[in-house]
Design a protein around this ligand. Sequence first.
Ligand code: ADP
Ligand code: ADP
Length: 229
Amino acid sequence: MSYVKVIDEYKRYTMGESEIVANNGITFDVEQGQFAVILGPSGAGKSTVLNILGGMDSPDEGHVYVDNKDISQYSKKQLTAYRREDVGFVFQFYNLVPNLTARENVELASQISPDALDVDEVMESVGLTERRDNFPAQLSGGEQQRVAIARALAKNPKLLLCDEPTGALDIETGKQILRLLQNTAREFNTTVIVITHNAQIAPMADRVIYIHDAKVKEIVENPHPRSVD
Ligand code: ADP
Ligand code: ADP
């Protein structure tokens, strides 16, 4: 079975009298070690999918398999353990702890995971060894995002979920971050899923899942994804 398998997933929100269908029967797969992009305009339902994959929310209907386990059936307690141990998260605005150094931010995350990686090796792999004793405010946007990626990877997650990871960066720096995510999928066999409204990211992905109006419109496989250059 694919590493991530979402089958006919529905999520609705009630807003007073009206009901919003955020995910209207979503089905897609992502293979282990793939770098996948979920692409669609604002309001399409991407964050809802990411929240469900990350165990922050549960679907109303359907099944969500991650590593052969149906997380849609998990209890609150199981979801908390899943979120903490199995999934790495990267956000648009980094969300670093401001009064901890780069290295301490990464160390903090590694402490909660039973199979954490060596902090200094992870800092090295994202190219931050020389910056490890700097505080977030002393780092550029791209460097802060590298710290955030190192923090996510230190847990040694099998699944890395990224919400507009280049959204706050200029084009060149954004490409460096995408290259890092692409390499992470290749070298560590980590399944990386990025949600974005930026169509320019699509050619770099192994698989692109187009979402529109709460539904999957198209899934495109890139047999030869462009290296980020
Ligand atoms: P995207 O990430 O593609 O911008 P979202 O998944 O955030 O889309 O939202 C899909 C739809 O669901 C939107 O209409 C949004 O307003 C609605 N929605 C998302 N989260 C909530 C919520 N917690 N309560 C009510 N409506 C929500
Ligand atoms: P960007 O143009 O990407 O925002 P900056 O101009 O903020 O980058 O920073 C350029 C370089 O200077 C980066 O390598 C950053 O780490 C470093 N830097 C910026 N502010 C400080 C600081 N207060 N202390 C140490 N290094 C800094």
